[in-house]
Structure formats: C-alpha cells, structure tokens
Design a protein around this ligand. Structure first.
Ligand code: BG6
Length: 471
C-alpha cells in the first residue's frame, strides 16, 4: 500500500479519556501547527454516530477542556482531520474492513491508541495483528495495563512479540508534566543541588500528590485499583526514581537509571510494614456510585521507603497521596541537613501542580541590630508568567507528539512498570496479612491523622509548599 497519510487510530473513541484528554490535546497540536497536514485522526467506537454527530460532541469537549481557547474557525479546520469509524473492536471479523478503510484513506503505519479498559487490550492486539500486512504501526497504551500483574505481564509479552518493543509506547502522563521533566535539570545543572544530592546533604524527601476530587464517575475502576495502584506504583514511583537516580549517560539512559533505583528499594521483607505504610479511606466513599458497600479500598496512601545504595543510605522517602483532601497540590519537598540544631533546615520545593515553580527556604540574619537568624524564602512561580502558560503543552499533547516523532524516552518500559507494580503489590499484601487498619478520614481533611505518627515523620513540612503567587 502506498499510504500518503499518517493516522492516529483511537480505540475507545467515545470514552472519557478520548473526550477529556486526547481530542483536546490533538486540537492543541493542530492549533500550534504541530499536527501534519496529512494526519488523520480516526476515532473508533461502537455507537451509531454519524460523522457530524461525533464532530458536534467533540466540539463541546474541546470548548471545555482545551488548553488553547476554542476558536470556531480553527476547530472547523481541525475537524477535517477527524473521522468517526463505527466498529465492534471485540469482533475479529471486523478488522479486515478496518484495513480496507485504511487503504481507502491511504493511511500507512498508524499509531493505535488503546483508550479502553485492559480487558480489551488482548483482542485489539489480535485484531491489529491480523491486519499486520497492511497496517504495521506503533501502539500507545496506559495503565491499568492489566487486571493483575500476571495478566499484564502476559499481555506485555504478547504486545512486544506482535509489534516489537520499539513500537510500544506506555504512557504515564506524569512524565509529560513540565516540572517533572524539569527535575533532571534542577538536580544536575545546579551545582548547589547536584553536590548535595545525597545522604550527606539531604535529611528526607517527600513526594505528595493531594487531590480535591473524589472518585467521581470512576467508582467501578477505582474500587478495584485504590490509591496504591492508581497513583503510587506508576506516577509517584516515576517521580521517586527521577529524584533518586544517578545522572543518565549515553550508555545508561534515564530508563536504565530509573530501573536501578527500583532495584535498590529496601525489599518489602526487610521493611517494618506497620511503620512504612498507612492506608485510609474518605468518609462517604462507600456511598459513591459503583463502589462495593463494604469496600476496603484505600483512597489515601502514605509510605516511607528507602533506596539502599551508596547515594541514599538511610534517607527516608515519604510518599503521600489521597483523594478528597481538600486541596489539589502536587510537589516534591527536599529537606536538607541542618548545619547545626539551632537553625531551620533549607527546604527546596519543586511545585508540580496546579502552579508550577520552585522555592527555596534558607536562613538569614534578621535585619537591624539583632543577630537572630530567620528563615526566608525565594519563590519562583513559573506558571504565573502568562507566556509560560501559553507555551507549555499539556502532558498528553507533549507525549502524543513524542510518539509521532518516534521518541520513546519519556514513556515507561515494561521492566520498570513490573518492578514498581510487584513492589507495591507485595507491600499491600503484607499490610493485609498483618490486618492493619484502613483509617477513615474526614472529607476535605489532610488524610488520616495517624500518618505522621505511624511513619515517624518528624519533619512535618508536608504542607509547606503552597505558592503565594496567584494567577
Ligand atoms: C490518573 C488517576 O492517572 O491521574 C486519577 O487515575 C488521578 O485517579 C489522576 O485523579 C491525576 O492526574 P492529574 O494530572 O490531575 O494530577
């Protein structure tokens, strides 16, 4: 086939991910001239929609969710790229017709986006594989990669055998966030940090991702996942490994360095689990739609982990995430060792969202005749500058573009996912075996009040990263 066109084929074209994230991201790429003229976006769904109906639906989502303001004329031009294709993707007999459709549209080597639940990954893989002669391409998928680690492992091997590992792009949208991509530069290109980024310079590291929202309409999925699977084993372990890894080199790329950190985590069998993990559930969770009435699923998790290598020795890494915590805040807080017990610690905060920036607390002499030492703060709010907001693509936009360019560096590899999944699963199993409680916490509170005490977290600086600058 002599394909003249490129294609992004979205399985799950009428799903939430497509409407909220993928279509707005593609619209933004189009608006910023990053979508090639010959790029076709084919949304596959089972619903009986006409092209016009589908276009009208996505218009409303783009108005609501696009980073770049909706403009009628631009959107109408964008629609020339978007087609709706009705199909039951669980029926292998329908793939030959899909191949004919690609031929008709002259699409070659498309990107297939699995925006569907993991139980459909296998059948879609078989379907695409069956039309491989016409349509070799790249595959994008995202968590959950399977309903269990075994299933995900099998699926991953099947995908790699069918399409080659160089064509599999596993999205972790946190890797597309501006300040997460900034971690390497902040760490390695500032000698004041680079030279102190170890157990001699750092007291503890805290990674927090607090959410204001609850499970909303995703009760059925979330009740099987819980905070550990939903946030910790993917997004937050990505951040931990970026913070803890050695500097990437051409021989040891970022991915290899991240995996080394995962391998160096203190093994679960040597952790005192009752002092390393606290799980909580917000009051009212059991009344959420599609949640089991006596569910023991955690909506909050706090962990204390250690990376046992030369760089980190006994430095604790605290991770904390929860829904309905009354605030939306994601940050990494690095507390440096004090020069003497009478002064405050220097604290570096990398602010990931909602505002992006960096702040540093340090000590100064109080102005005037006093010799007292006071703590002061330098605070840079990157996203408070309008130009930065306009120029910063959102995570999905950035990652879709990287996939189109064939750049896998900001996508997860299976060994990395496997190691963090296994680690977090083992930890949770131990927690269950020990019959440790799932603490109930009030909605709009900071989470279970027992956390600091159980984890023996003496620093109490979790909430110190609030930005003062308002947009
Ligand atoms: C998703 C989780 O991966 O990340 C959600 O499934 C969570 O439960 C979301 O709310 C958080 O993403 P963000 O980009 O809003 O921090």
């Amino acid at each position: 086939m002599n394909g003249k066109n490129k294609g992004i084929i979205i399985f799950g074209g009428t799903g939430d991910l497509t409407y909220r994230k993928l279509i707005p991201a593609l619209y933004n790429l189009f608006s910023t001239n990053k979508l090639d003229n010959n790029e076709k976006i084919i949304a596959i769904g089972r619903r009986d929609y006409s092209q016009e109906m589908y276009h009208d639906i996505i218009r409303e989502w783009v108005k609501q969710f696009s980073r770049i303001k909706y403009e009628e004329e631009v959107f109408n031009a964008f629609l020339l790229h978007v087609c709706y294709y009705e199909m039951d993707f669980t029926n292998l007999d329908e793939y030959e017709a899909l191949a004919s459709y690609f031929r008709e549209k002259e699409i070659e080597n498309p990107i297939f986006y699995y925006a569907v639940a993991p139980q459909f990954f296998g059948v879609i893989t078989d379907g695409i594989h069956s039309i491989k002669e016409c349509c070799k391409g790249r595959i994008i998928l995202e968590k959950p990669f399977g309903n269990s680690l075994d299933e995900a492992n099998r699926l991953s091997h099947k995908l790699e055998e069918s399409f080659g590992s160089e064509n599999i792009y596993r999205i972790d949208h946190y890797l597309g966030k501006e300040m997460i991509r900034n971690i390497e530069t902040i760490r390695f290109d500032n000698p004041i940090f680079a030279n102190n980024w170890n157990y001699e310079g750092i007291e503890n590291i805290q990674i927090q991702a607090l959410e204001e929202v609850g499970v909303e309409t995703r009760g059925a999925y979330y009740d099987h996942a819980g905070a550990l699977k939903d946030m910790v084993q993917n997004h937050l372990m990505q951040i931990l490994t970026l913070i803890a890894m050695e500097k990437p080199t051409p021989e040891h790329n970022i991915h290899i360095q991240q995996v080394e950190v995962l391998k160096a985590l203190r093994p679960v069998e040597r952790l005192i689990v009752e002092e390393s993990l606290v799980l909580g559930q917000y009051d009212g969770y059991l009344q959420e739609d599609k949640v089991e009435p006596n569910s023991k699923t955690e909506t909050y998790a706090a962990l204390k982990l250690f990376v046992e290598n030369k760089r980190w020795k006994e430095v604790p890494f605290y991770i904390k995430t929860g829904k309905k915590t009354g605030t939306r805040e994601m940050s990494v807080i690095i507390t440096f060792k004090k020069t003497n017990p009478d002064v405050d610690a220097n604290i570096l905060t990398i602010k990931i969202q909602p505002l992006e920036g960096i702040s540093l607390k340090f000590n100064m002499k109080e102005p005037g005749d006093s010799d007292s030492i006071i703590q002061t703060e330098m605070d840079f709010c990157q996203s408070c500058i309008a130009r930065n907001r306009i120029n910063t693509p959102e995570a999905y936009e950035r990652l879709l573009l990287l996939c189109m360019q064939g750049d896998q560096s900001w996508f997860s590899k299976w060994d990395q996912i496997y190691l963090s999944w296994k680690y977090i699963e083992d930890l949770k199993l131990e927690y269950r075996k020990l019959q440790l409680p799932i603490y109930t916490y009030e909605q709009n509170s900071e989470g279970p009040k027992e956390v600091d005490q159980i984890l023996n977290d003496e620093s109490h600086v979790w909430a110190q990263s609030q930005l003062v600058c308002k947009i």
